[in-house]
Design a protein around this ligand. Structure first.
Ligand code: NAD
Ligand code: DAU
Length: 362
């Protein structure tokens, strides 16, 4: 049975990936999920699979070399899927150092531990071992409004401390592949959305605020463009890259689904109104009147757009979920999981929200 070590599996994409993998492979695989459970990690995301015999959770920090080495020593790991990271651009602008620690040094620890466990005396690696580093399109910087795409060959030009730290981690993975022929791949994906996304990011924050009748903060002129992908499509791409991709290659993942932020927020309001029943009192306040333009994000990248030509041609991956369908599924999930939202927005989230938005919205 193949054993996966997933880092950051209690976060948004990691937990969706674990669900996807159990749906697809059921008892044919074993998953060990290592996560430090930062503010973004939530075991509630995995409550329905936590009792599976082929699933283990280990609470550890990826920067903790001893803890990570121990996992490799005690388990014959076949695949690493490395999600764990500090992931929110706005937090990186306020507190960049933790991004360098987790994203750069944590990735170095993971690479080193896997190399130690998998390397043979002649410097080659045990058959079939693979490391997949999950990265972002933000490493490529910003595109002009009127054209162009990010290709795998686009030079790196990160702007935020978050994207700079992810670029640093990508460079380390590239260095391991070039120097040691370390068996790895990198995926650079566009903006994800879907169930379990923490409401610091645009889509769940907008859903949560709209339902509560709170203002919907839009940075700058609202015309920044992101290329949105339903999270299950990302999970599928990661699995396909590990199964069908060529080792040492980078694959861009995205769905040709470019939208301005203002379009995203208006679509959410429209779909929320369609899904709320007429006698639901929230329907009266879920309107475009909540939209509030606020001070722009510092260094705000104008446009991201992925060219997914390589992953389509070499691997046959294509996104399956159209945006309107994905947003509807996401909104329905949030309706059915109000308790989840209540739990993640209590306590520290309130402090974060006030710190980030109270001045902007006043
Ligand atoms: P997230 O913030 O929702 O989850 C991150 C997870 O990592 C959490 O469970 C957290 O507890 C864990 N973690 C953080 N620091 C850790 C540490 N030091 N040790 C162990 N665990 C730690 O992030 P996400 O949105 O799910 O993103 C996952 C990965 O995908 C990240 O590497 C991110 O850069 C990348 N990515 C995200 C997107 C997106 O749109 N969200 C798009 C492309 C790539
Ligand atoms: O492109 C992939 C990246 O997408 C990932 O690597 C990151 O981990 C992920 O957080 C995401 O980064 P963004 O900065 O693009 O996502 P966010 O949801 O924070 O913002 C999306 C857009 O919406 C961006 O242009 C900023 C804007 N925005 C965001 C928030 C939170 C607002 O206008 N108002 C808001 O309150």
């Amino acid at each position: 049975m193949r054993t996966y070590l997933v880092t950051g599996g209690a976060g948004f994409i990691g937990s969706n990936y674990i669900h996807y993998m159990f749906r697809k492979y059921d008892n044919e695989i074993r998953i060990i999920n290592v996560d430090a459970l930062t503010y973004a990690g939530n075991l509630e995301n995995l409550a329905d699979i936590e009792n599976r015999d082929n699933y283990t959770f280990v609470k550890a920090n990826i920067c903790d070399r001893e803890a990570i080495d121990k996992i490799f020593a005690e388990n014959d790991i076949d695949r690493v899927v490395h999600f764990a990271a500090e992931s929110h651009v706005d937090r990186s602008i306020v507190n960049p150092e933790i991004f360098v620690q987790t994203n750069v040094l944590g990735t170095a620890t993971m690479l080193n531990a896997a190399k130690k466990a998998w390397e043979l005396p002649d410097g080659t690696f045990k058959e079939g071992k693979k490391f997949l580093h999950v990265s972002t399109d933000e490493v490529y910087g910003s595109l002009p409004e009127d054209g162009g795409y990010f290709y795998e060959t686009t030079p790196y030009a990160p702007h935020s401390p978050y994207s700079a730290s992810k670029a640093g981690s990508d460079m380390l993975v590239r260095a391991y592949m070039d120097t040691y022929k370390f068996p790895a791949n990198i995926t650079n994906c566009s903006n994800n959305y879907g169930p379990y996304q923490f409401p610091e990011k645009l889509i769940p924050l907008t859903i949560n605020n709209a339902l509560a009748g709170k203002k919907l903060p839009i940075y700058g002129d609202g015309k920044n463009v992101r290329d949105w992908l339903y999270v299950d499509d990302h999970a599928k791409a990661i699995d396909m890259v590990q199964e069908k991709g060529k080792l040492f290659e980078t694959y861009n993942v995205g769905g040709h689904n470019e939208k301005q932020n203002i379009e995203i927020v208006k679509t959410i309001i429209e779909v929320l109104r369609e899904e709320l029943s007429d006698d639901d009192p929230r329907k009266a306040h879920v309107t475009e009147d909540l939209i509030t333009y606020v001070e722009d994000r510092k260094g705000h990248d104008r446009r991201y757009a992925i060219a997914p030509d390589k992953i389509k041609a070499e691997i046959g991956w294509e996104p399956e979920t159209m945006f309107k369908e994905g947003i509807r599924k996401t909104i329905k999930w949030f309706f059915e999981n109000e308790e989840w939202m209540k739990n993640v927005t209590s306590g520290d989230y309130q402090k974060y929200y006030e710190g980030m938005y109270s001045k902007k919205l006043s």
